[in-house]
Design a protein around this ligand. Structure first.
Ligand code: COA
Length: 317
């Protein structure tokens, strides 16, 4: 049974906006990337998803293909983004069997919670290799196809069909610095930087390059690895100004926007889809007493009475 559209895609998009497009997705069997791919497939694309685990990747491809009758989704397992040759071979296979690569999602990532004191050089390197080198390898393996796709699909095009686009799945840890995430923060900062370099070096060839930064997304591998199962939904939601967890649909919709005709002029940008959660990382607690918790003090219209007001005294005549 196909997953209902409402779980991974909003109703605002026209059904065939990605007709005949081909998406190449690393980490495509993961919760977020498979939703992104499913949305593209629903809207007319075919896709090739890559992963290390053969069974998991092939099963995910079959499942994603149920999103649209006639959809073709290749699942290429045994592909490690740390190995440039395995990516090159996968890109060749995708172009041969599906005819092109119009969109790329660099989604493969590695993460675990660890303090720097508990992180070996190899632990740090492993995440840097998967995230940064893996992204670099993905760019190198797919760029010739993206340039061809951009040539075929002018920006803007007469028919509204698009091509030559790459997005990367990043994170916000490095915006403020995040304890227990030194390895991932360094890796995601580098991914944001690679995104910018691609936008400058390949923009002139018609390729657009953007980052999507998800916040905490419900029911994902990332949340299982990063958030304590002792935290209640309410406690987690209190850390998000919009008051809830993100959903895979939030990320899939952002992906559709960037790949669609509506995203033509967006290049070199980071699209943060996190309900403004990262903006709340304010360790100093400006204007708050120890027992004042966000968002309660906002909703009550209160702040600490124990701060100097700074208001000018009225002059005594
Ligand atoms: N804390 C500290 N170090 C850790 C760790 C943890 N929780 N998990 C792994 N490491 C270290 C290992 O000890 C090893 O270092 P060492 O040789 O000095 O002991 C190093 O990381 C490599 O581990 P290994 O298991 O050989 O790597 P791998 O390539 O098989 O797996 C991981 C990569 C570790 C990132 C693994 O968690 C993974 O496959 N993740 C993919 C899925 C994922 O993370 N998804 C989340 C996306 S948000």
């Amino acid at each position: 049974m196909p997953i209902p559209r409402s779980e991974y895609l909003s109703t605002v998009w026209k059904d065939d906006i990605f007709a005949g497009r081909v998406a190449f997705v690393t980490g495509g069997a993961g919760t977020i990337c498979s939703a992104q791919t499913r949305a593209l497939v629903y809207l007319g694309a075919n896709a090739c998803i890559l992963g290390r685990n053969v069974e998991k990747t092939e099963a995910a491809a079959k499942d994603i293909a149920t999103a649209r009758p006639g959809a073709k989704v290749l699942g290429i397992g045994g592909c490690d983004v740390r190995d440039p040759e395995s990516l090159k071979t996968a890109a060749e296979r995708c172009a041969k069997e599906l005819g092109a690569i119009d969109f790329v999602i660099a989604g493969a990532a590695g993460n675990f919670v660890a303090p720097m004191s508990g992180l070996s050089a190899n632990g740090f390197k492993t995440v840097m290799d998967i995230d940064v080198l893996g992204t670099f390898n993905t760019i190198k393996a797919t760029m010739p196809y993206l340039i061809e796709s951009a040539k075929r699909n002018k920006n803007p095009s007469d028919d509204g069909l698009t091509g030559g686009r790459i997005i990367y799945v990043s994170a916000s840890f490095h915006y403020t610095g995040t304890p227990l995430q030194s390895h991932v923060s360094a890796a995601k900062a580098a991914i944001d930087s690679l995104m910018a370099s691609v936008s400058l070096e390949y923009g002139p060839y018609g390729v657009t390059s953007n980052v999507i930064t998800p916040g905490g997304i419900a029911n994902t591998e990332g949340m299982a690895r990063l958030s304590s199962s002792k935290m209640t939904q309410k406690q987690i939601a209190a850390g998000v100004p919009i008051g809830r967890y993100g959903t895979i649909r939030d990320i899939a919709d952002a992906t559709v926007y960037l790949f669609s005709d509506a995203g033509n002029y967006v290049n070199g940008e980071v699209l943060v889809v996190d309900g403004a959660a990262w903006r709340l990382h304010n360790g100093a607690g400006v204007g708050l007493d120890a027992d004042m918790k966000y968002p309660d003090f906002i909703l009550r219209g209160e702040f600490s009475k124990h701060v100097k007001t700074g208001r000018m005294e009225k002059a005594k005549l």
